[in-house]
Design a protein around this ligand. Structure first.
Ligand code: PLP
Ligand code: COI
Length: 351
């Protein structure tokens, strides 16, 4: 346990101005943030301070070379006021995997975990309790060190901000299977949560939105014949009664929701397969009625059912099922996350 967190509290909380019955996703921020600087080769003492702008030199390398990584997590509160996190060490480890790839220093687990828990204690009244809402947590690290030389910076900042949030998507989404652009390539940074991966998605996603879709289904960069991710979510496809997801690789984020769903599905009698999914088989299954469901899975969106997809100028609708896997799995995972069900896996971490 780190004992040296310097705490500076906000003078007046903003919480009274927030409508907790009408929360957007990720655009209302809690009172405090955790910050920790890396300089002269070591991490300094973490601080909890009022949520406020961060001043940076225009020559900071984040602006020029995009050394920036992030995580996405959620905190929940049960009816008794207990606070909990879901598999938080997975996020800490993944942040450090991203850090390694972007030549950013490793964040010590105690700064990440103890800092986060302390921040949650201080801003505990910001954790929503309404069904479907939670406190979205955004840990991130970026280069604050200066210089136009294209090489890793010598100074970095680790920050955790939180945002009480409602649903990421308003309802079911329509997706476009991408045939030209790619979000990631072999040997690239697709498996890391690097800010630039998301910037690279905006243009193709904007083109898809202009055509009336909500998200792009990313295909492999080489052939565009295999579906890999659904926007910023992992993709699941149900053909007949089998739930299939793509294997993780250099190009695909190793999603915590994805691996939790695979485990929960298998333990609840759903047949799962982790294998490459060809666009051809999805289109074929849609045509012959065997494609029952598609959904995206991720921390922000939890499980986001897909209503239909576009491919090569054709649109395919998915059927409206009575008891879709998406709904069943969403209930099973959120009940564990929010302390409404037993957690046989030990995934829930009380704060
Ligand atoms: N894929 C991408 C590209 C993402 O950004 C995310 C979000 O974190 C996911 C998948 C889902 O990962 P997780 O379930 O760990 O949030
Ligand atoms: C998450 O699901 O937490 C993510 O990080 C996706 C994000 C781009 C909203």
């Amino acid at each position: 346990m780190i004992s040296n967190i310097e705490i500076q509290r906000i003078e007046k909380s903003k919480i009274d101005s927030v409508d907790f019955n009408n929360l957007p996703f990720g655009s209302v921020y809690s009172d405090h943030m955790l910050t920790c600087d890396f300089k002269e080769g070591k991490w300094q003492s973490p601080k909890i301070e009022p949520f406020a702008p961060i001043a940076l030199d225009p020559s900071a390398k984040i602006f020029h070379y995009g050394q920036s990584i992030f995580e996405g997590m959620k905190a929940y509160k049960d009816t008794k006021g207990n606070m909990m996190l879901f598999r938080p060490l997975e996020n800490c480890n993944r942040l450090n995997k991203s850090a390694e790839r972007l030549v950013i220093p490793q964040i010590p687990e105690d700064i990440f975990m103890d800092g986060l828990k302390k921040l949650l204690e201080i801003d505990s009244s910001w954790i929503p309790t309404n069904d479907g809402s939670s406190l979205y947590i955004r840990p991130f690290m970026f280069a604050t060190g200066n210089g136009f030389h294209a090489s890793p910076a010598d100074a970095y900042k680790f920050v955790i901000c939180t945002a009480p949030s409602g649903a990421y998507f308003a309802g079911k989404i329509k997706v476009l299977i991408e045939e030209k652009y790619a979000r990631a390539a072999n040997g690239g940074v697709g498996y890391a949560k690097a800010g630039g991966n998301y910037a690279a998605q905006f243009y193709p996603t904007q083109l898809a939105i202009e055509k009336g879709y909500n998200q792009v289904i990313w295909t492999d960069d080489n052939t565009h014949q295999f579906i890999e991710e659904a926007g910023a979510m992992n993709i699941f496809v149900r053909i007949n009664d089998t739930l299939i997801t793509s294997p993780t690789s250099d190009r695909i984020l190793d999603g915590i929701t994805r691996k939790s769903i695979l485990q929960i599905a298998a333990d609840n009698g759903i047949k799962t397969e982790v294998r490459k999914i060809s666009v051809g088989e999805v289109v074929e299954a849609a045509k012959n009625g065997n494609l029952k469901e598609m959904f995206g899975a991720g921390t922000a969106a939890v499980i986001s059912p897909i209503a239909g997809f576009g491919y090569q100028e054709n649109d395919f609708d998915l059927p409206e099922l009575e008891n879709p896997y998406a709904q069943k799995l969403k209930k099973l995972i959120t009940d564990i996350q929010t302390n409404k069900a037993e957690d046989p896996y030990g995934w829930r971490v009380m704060v």
